[in-house]
Design a protein around this ligand. Structure first.
Ligand code: ADE
Length: 220
């Protein structure tokens, strides 16, 4: 649910997500909140009670838009509101949400959304990080991307999901490709040895090293 459906549709209908959609593995639809306002000037926001800067998105268009979607799918799905004051989005949440049949993302703009409609429809308040963006569209697309790639079949190489960052709270190990020497820098000998056990141990060691350096808080 957004005031900028073109922005969302354009980005999501690209690359891996577009392929997954064409293969019938996932689907997404940007629903324009403005289409549901009962205001004759198509207004969707108003001044905040109590004063203050900016505008607040009103409850009515958002609620009617939500109800329209709920009637279409037949039940009230998990409904995510993107906001800097939400729970931090993590890989585990992406995994959990990938099991849902339907998810609604409510993208706010301006200074916020009338609290009463949030109370009525939102099941999950989520932030993608400690910084403030101009709207919820980019965070929603970040979540949709991360969730979609956890849906079976979306990634062609199943391997890549098990060795990547955040599995077991570790960051991904360094990767190398041909040539074996570039600008005087050699690929570590172990990776050329063909000894899979040694290679696995090396990958693990490097993952721990990288995690210690960049994200020590992940290593409890
Ligand atoms: N809306 C604005 N900033 C945001 C953030 N960091 N995460 C989620 N939604 C937002």
């Amino acid at each position: 649910m957004t005031l900028f459906p073109e922005m969302v549709e354009q980005t999501l209908n690209t690359s891996i997500l577009a392929r997954a959609k064409n293969n019938g593995l996932i689907d997404f639809e940007a629903v324009n909140i403005r289409d549901y306002t009962t205001d004759k000037h198509k207004k969707v926001d108003d001044y905040p009670y109590g004063g203050g800067a900016g505008m607040v998105m009103q409850a009515q268009p958002i609620y009617d838009c939500y109800i329209h979607i709920v009637e279409e799918i037949g039940y009230r799905p998990r409904t995510v509101y993107l906001t800097p004051w939400g729970h931090p989005f993590k890989q585990q949440m992406a995994k959990d949400l990938s099991k849902e049949e339907n998810i609604i993302f409510l993208c706010g703009h301006y200074e916020g959304v009338d609290e009463r409609v949030l109370e009525e429809i939102v099941t999950d308040y989520v932030t993608i990080g400690d910084y403030v963006l101009t709207g919820g569209e980019l965070p929603a697309m970040v979540m949709i991307d991360a969730i979609s790639r956890m849906v079976p079949g979306v990634l062609t190489n199943c391997e890549s999901k098990n060795t990547e960052s955040f599995e077991d709270n570790l960051l991904e190990h360094p990767q190398y490709s041909r040539p074996a020497e570039w600008m005087g820098k050699k690929v570590p000998d172990i990776l050329l040895s063909g000894d899979h056990k040694k290679v696995d141990e090396w990958h693990y060691e490097k993952s721990v090293e990288r995690t210690k350096k960049f994200r020590p808080e992940l290593l409890k």
